[in-house]
Ligand binder design. Structure first.
Ligand SMILES: [Zn+2]
Length: 277
């Protein structure tokens, strides 16, 4: 599932080809993408819109239009945005939407498992949309401090791994980067979030930022479905310290990496470096 680094990689590659362009023709073939709004209604509304910017908030790709509207794209499990359109897309059963730009190129939205969403917001609706989803601060922004993270975790009994996944403490962290961040911070993933001391909170903030920045530098992690805008694979999977590495030696101490389940998600950690307090 694409997390902050994967979505940021898509954003940075997509923006140069999109900003300033007009949506000339929009075809949305999957009603699940836009429900409860009919896909034809969203396609009609998008036609003629001119792109002012392409941003990211958490795991959302945010297309900003000159009109003040926003298109929020969430890739969920297997969504991909491709531009320019790859060869053979006419025969690809997983293409859910195609946007023809005024330079004649096509942006293709592809989604194998069909959990991705497109939400078109009217001017002024953006802040409310994110507030309703209780989206926390951007972990790579200045506002993400040890103090802000400490406040977000204070009093919470949930395991810190679960607290990182629920987007309130910081937006954009998913299963991969949560595990990597906790390894960097030497914090056991089952530690109750509110039990972290000041030093651990500070280490966790650093760990989150380190894991996410590395993910962006490696253009995301490709395990199965994630691809860059040009169809290329990310390389973050080559940098994993714990994720998916059960039984392999810890890069720091040599102890075999262990696996457990937290909040229903596979969780990897080093039982020595991340020993519980
Ligand atoms: Zn270790």
């Amino acid at each position: 599932m694409p997390e902050l680094p994967e979505v940021e990689t898509i954003r940075s590659r997509l923006a140069p080809g999109l900003v300033g362009r007009r949506f000339e023709r929009v075809e949305i073939s999957d009603p699940r993408l836009t429900r409860p709004v009919p896909p034809e209604a969203v396609a009609d509304a998008l036609t003629g819109e001119q792109v002012a910017d392409v941003r990211r908030r958490g795991k959302y790709l945010v297309v900003v239009f000159e009109s003040g509207r926003h298109l929020l794209v969430h890739l969920r499990m297997t969504g991909n945005v491709l531009h320019p359109a790859p060869e053979g897309r006419e025969d690809d059963p997983h293409v859910r939407a195609v946007v023809r730009l005024d330079d004649g190129s096509d942006v293709v939205y592809r989604d194998v498992r069909r959990f991705g969403t497109w939400d078109l917001l009217e001017p002024g609706e953006l802040d409310e949309y994110f507030a309703a989803r209780r989206l926390g601060v951007e972990p790579l922004a200045r506002a993400f401090t040890a103090a802000s993270l400490g406040r977000a975790l204070a009093g919470r009994r949930a395991p810190v791994k679960a607290a990182l996944l629920d987007q309130r403490a910081a937006a954009g962290i998913g299963n991969i980067y949560a595990d990597e961040a906790l390894w960097y911070a030497r914090v056991h993933p089952l530690t109750p979030a509110g039990d972290l001391d000041e030093e651990q909170v500070s280490a966790l903030r650093e760990g989150v930022r380190k894991a996410l920045k590395l993910g962006i530098r490696r253009q995301g992690a490709t395990l199965r479905d994630y691809r860059g805008v040009d169809g290329s694979r990310g390389r973050m999977q080559e940098e994993f310290r714990v994720y998916g590495r059960a039984g392999e030696p810890c890069d720091r101490c040599g102890t075999p990496i262990a696996k457990t389940r937290i909040a229903g998600r596979g969780t990897w950690f080093c039982p020595t470096c991340q020993a519980p307090d």
